[in-house]
Each structure stands twice: as structure tokens, then as C-alpha cells.
Design a binder for this molecule. Structure first.
Ligand SMILES: [Cu+2]
Length: 169
């Protein structure tokens, strides 16, 4: 048992840094680790996660995004109301005040890649254009990361369940 655990930890240590490290900087903006999840066939929606830092002295907003892989990309926020998880489009852009970092992550802000023309597959890099108010547009790539391990599998099942009833993710 102990042996298995240490092999698992070692494997994580070897694999994680390569998969986790990629960032983009342009002017005052740094986008760290843009990533996505593989999508099951027949589900035309995917997600986009990343953290965006504004190292400048004036506020900016993320106002839109686009990728050739999806018909439309929306900025969403997932929130809890009376114990029910919901998501809603972020109106007027996602503010990133000067000197702060905003994380797009599961159960929080995220990009929705809508009208996917083909499933997102593990290992792919999805080109993505981020449009800002107060900063120049940026090109990044979403790494489609594997759903490996029990915790990830469970999250992914939760995720698709919620996606089906459109109550959030
Ligand atoms: Cu969403």
C-alpha cells in the first residue's frame, strides 16, 4: 500500500510540471495555464480555465474570447443559490482590477466553448483569442488535460451531469 502510494506521488511529480506549466505575457497581462477538459462525443460544449493577472496600474476587463473550434465562446460564472449550482453569462465583461489576478476555474468563472464542431481531445492545444477592454487582444492555447485518477473522474461525471441539466459547472 505504502509502495503504491509513493509510486503514484512520484508519477504525479514527474508528470504534473510538464502538463501544468505554460503562460503567456503581453503588456501588463499574464495568462497562466490555460486549460480545458476533453469532451464526450455528442456534447457540443467545452470549458476554458486559466488565471489572468493584471500587473498594470489601470483596470482591465475580459470582454470576449474566440476559437476556431467553437461557434461561440461565452464568459460564465457559476454560483450557488439556495444550495443549487447555477451558471450565468458575465455581463459587461469580467473585471480584472489593477494589480490583481482573477482565476477562471471549476465552479467559478469559466469560458464556455459552445457549438463545438468536434470533440476536444486529451493532449490537444486549442488556439484561443482573448479580448480585453483596456489591454490588447491575446493569443493563448488551451491544453486539453487528461481526466486521470479517481478524483478527476468523479469531477468529470459531476461536470457532465450538471451540463446536461444546464444548471452549471
Ligand atoms: Cu458555463
Amino acid at each position: 500500500m505504502k509502495y503504491c502510494l509513493s509510486v503514484f506521488v512520484l508519477a504525479l511529480a514527474l508528470v504534473a510540471p510538464a502538463a501544468m506549466t505554460h503562460d503567456y505575457s503581453q503588456g501588463p497581462v499574464t495568462v497562466d495555464h490555460p486549460w480545458s477538459r476533453p469532451t464526450p462525443p455528442g456534447i457540443p460544449m467545452g470549458v476554458g480555465y486559466m488565471s489572468i493577472s493584471n500587473n498594470g496600474s489601470s483596470d482591465i476587463s475580459l470582454v470576449g474570447a474566440a476559437t476556431p473550434r467553437a461557434g461561440n465562446v461565452s464568459i460564465h460564472e457559476t454560483s450557488m443559490h439556495d444550495g443549487v449550482m447555477r451558471m450565468a453569462p458575465v455581463k459587461d465583461g469580467l473585471p480584472i482590477p489593477a494589480g490583481t489576478t482573477v482565476e477562471l476555474k471549476p465552479h467559478s468563472f469559466h469560458l464556455m466553448l459552445e457549438k463545438l464542431e468536434s470533440p476536444l481531445r486529451e493532449g490537444e492545444s486549442i488556439p484561443l483569442t482573448l479580448r480585453f477592454e483596456g489591454a490588447q487582444e491575446m493569443q493563448v492555447e488551451l491544453n486539453v488535460e487528461p481526466l486521470d485518477g479517481e478524483v478527476m473522474k468523479k469531477q468529470s461525471m459531476d461536470h457532465s451531469g450538471k451540463e446536461m441539466d444546464h444548471s452549471g459547472h
